[in-house]
Design a protein around this ligand. Sequence first.
Ligand SMILES: Cc1cc2nc3c(=O)[nH]c(=O)nc-3n(C[C@H](O)[C@H](O)[C@H](O)COP(=O)(O)OP(=O)(O)OC[C@H]3O[C@@H](n4cnc5c(N)ncnc54)[C@H](O)[C@@H]3O)c2cc1C
Length: 494
Amino acid sequence: MSKKIIIVGAGPGGLSAAMSLCKDGYDVQVFEEKPYVGGRNGNIKLGEYNFDIGPTFFLMKSVLENIFESTGRKLEDYVKLYNLETMYRLSYSDEREFLASSNKEKMKTEMERLWKGSYKNYERYLAKEEKKYNRLAGCFKVPYGKITDLLTPQFMRTIPVLNLHQTLYNSLKGYFKTEELTTSFAFQAKYIGMSPWKAPSIFSIISFIEHKEGICHVEGGLNQLSKAMAKVAEEDGCKIRLNTKVKKLVIEKKNVVGVELENGEIIKADDVILNADFAHAMTNIVDDNKLKKWKKKNIDKKLFSCSTFMLYIGLDKIYEDIPHHNIIFSKNYKNNVDEITQNKVLSEDPSFYIQNASITDKTLAPNGGSALYVLVPIANQLANIDWSKEKERYKNKIYELLETRGKLTDIKKHVKEELIITPDDWVNNFSVYNGATFSLGHNISQMLIFRPHNEFEDFKNCYLVGGGTHPGSGLPNIYESGQIAVKFIKDKYK
Ligand SMILES: Cc1cc2nc3c(=O)[nH]c(=O)nc-3n(C[C@H](O)[C@H](O)[C@H](O)COP(=O)(O)OP(=O)(O)OC[C@H]3O[C@@H](n4cnc5c(N)ncnc54)[C@H](O)[C@@H]3O)c2cc1C
């Protein structure tokens, strides 16, 4: 008889595992507390407008393509992908703008226009980072459960390129002469909720991946990826129960033997995979007195990523001159980053990101309209900001900035729909601990063997997937966490 596996959460991590287990004939049930699949990679519908809740940058699509292939499917049969030639518009404090392009000729013209002589440094950056990437890439596909996992030939080969003593910003300074240019390849630390001045230098591979492989959009939004993953899993027999909250893990001695649902129903399983945000899961669905390493008091000593203030706006017009992705740097970027990550105060000079996806994808809004997504990196809930007081004021501030720095002239006159998400909402409506949207921080002391292991350390028959676990946040890593968990389970029953 096939082994019974329960997955708690239908986020990208849980769905990655579900697809592969179902393909191999496991009896898989996914319990998801929300009425939709995808978790933070789900969809928000406001009237006739569609938005991604979270991810808007689809990088390293080959990771997901490979998972689809391993189930005998093709990703392109399930979703329509667009490669964005203009990757993003970066807007600096002096109002100058840089259009980063995946077309190397256009990139050269643009870089030389802004910073004469800089393109050769860019080529040097691409060549050196490629070597680093080639050595590191395999490390995100395997588990790190014990110290000896750091002694494998694969990991040893990465040591010369790790530069553990260097921060991301300092390592990039080695290629680029101006602060502006360095920042343009370092701001990606925000994708994992970190400061470029604190994140380890290995994360220079994020901007490298963008410049090497480009950035994809998915028709209908990146939430379509999760929907496609759920579809494949269901085609192979997966049972996904939406609106079904898991109250507790059922634990006998040190073995997880099933889950208890909120309605009191107990469902037994051979193995349980936890995809709920790691810190949320430890503090909400596992009895603290049964935990050993990951008790709340230990979780609370960890560093958490930043949070985000979100605005989803349905407009009755399209801003045709605004590219798909736009990053607007604050007047003093370093100070803004320190406010978010160290001083934990609400920045009055924020940097922000605008996604104007409707210029690429007409399915997101009614005819002539557009679905605008605005993300403002801010301090997580540990900042003790009273969002019931600040929410409206901050929203108005962001509208002003959208109008001035963002160049969305008269935006307020065109608003038809609007939704705000604050750190409190990330906690209360999306089950994200501390409102840390990118989960646990990615400092060296919280990576590899120091990050929550995919084979759970505290109990048997339990596996962890998702952004708060190894290898880390970001869709490709999260998909890999699901694959690593699957390998543990398959090896166990071989
Ligand atoms: C605003 C934002 C922007 C982002 N942008 C990008 C980007 O551009 N590119 C990128 O690669 N990544 C991005 N990310 C990071 C990351 O890819 C996503 O957050 C991703 O959705 C995380 O996946 P996950 O599987 O770890 O968890 P989640 O997506 O949070 O899924 C966990 C699931 O578990 C469910 N759950 C929790 N508790 C229970 C329970 N008790 N019972 C049942 N179900 C439960 C939740 O409802 C949820 O569906 C972004 C994240 C955010 C928030």
